[in-house]
Design a binder for this molecule. Structure first.
Ligand code: PGA
Length: 248
């Protein structure tokens, strides 16, 4: 049985003081969630405050990115050790905003996934198509490719620690959610690739999230689909509404 996982991707929002205040609001609402794993992914500079603020609750902290080298002359980058040392358990990798604005390729995402796992961080690996790609009918081909390359050389033991987040780019921050059927169709295709690579038993253990304008109103139905094990939530994770999504 896969445990559901709902992660809040705060993106580039909240100062440390604001992060603390948001967590104080959310903590009583989602802090004791047992059926669903709850992860907050604040910006790097808020991580220390967030780790402190969630102490004594079931909430886990994740980062939104990391670099794939151990240390050294990489001005402005953050190493996996630093995230582990700061108290992160998860790290979002290959978000479409990183791919789109910062030139992250599938190969870079794969390097990051391998490095994160080597350090005991659990990657939330984002995949998804643009509207143009969907209209062209290549969504499943593309998502298969993104998933396969991201997991290249990842052992089955490590693969079960990863989470795949299917996020259609046209649904991110647009208020335009994929229908339950559209989301399920692609998540099922991802499960199929995982089965081809790792076999049924491992593939059945890996959690797949849907992301893209998830809100309190649509979460319940999306998360009820057979291959959707929770969500990666952007905008709605910055409000008390986030608790309705977790409780969905
Ligand atoms: P959104 O973002 O919920 O604001 O659409 C989701 C994401 O980018 O992870």
């Amino acid at each position: 049985m896969r445990k559901r996982i709902v992660a809040g991707n705060w993106k580039m929002n909240k100062t440390p003081a604001e992060a603390k205040a948001l967590i104080e609001v959310l903590k009583p609402l989602v802090g004791s969630s047992e059926e669903t794993e709850v992860v907050f992914c604040p910006p790097f500079l808020d991580i220390a405050v967030a780790v402190e603020a969630v102490k004594g609750t079931n909430i886990k902290i994740g980062a939104q990115n990391m670099y794939y080298e151990e240390k050294g002359a990489y001005t402005g980058e953050v190493a996996p050790d630093m995230l582990v040392g700061a108290g992160c358990e998860y790290v979002i990798l290959g978000h479409s905003e990183r791919r789109g604005y910062f030139g992250e390729t599938n190969e870079i995402v794969n390097k990051k996934v391998l490095k994160a796992l080597e350090h005991g961080l659990k990657p939330i690996i984002c995949v998804g198509e643009t509207l143009e790609q969907r209209e062209q009918g290549i969504t499943e081909d593309l998502v298969r490719l993104q998933t396969k390359i991201a997991l290249k050389d990842v052992s089955p033991e490590d693969a079960v620690k990863t989470v795949i987040a299917y996020e259609p780019i046209w649904a991110i921050g647009t208020g335009k959610t994929a229908t339950n059927e559209q989301a399920e169709e692609v998540c099922a295709a991802i499960r199929k690739v995982l089965t081809e690579v790792y076999g049924k038993e491992v593939a059945e253990e890996i959690r797949i999230q849907y992301g893209g304008s998830v809100n309190a109103g649509n979460a319940k139905e999306l998360f009820a689909m057979p291959n959707i094990d929770g969500g990666l939530v952007g905008g709605a994770s910055l409000k008390a509404d986030f608790s309705d999504i977790v409780n969905a």
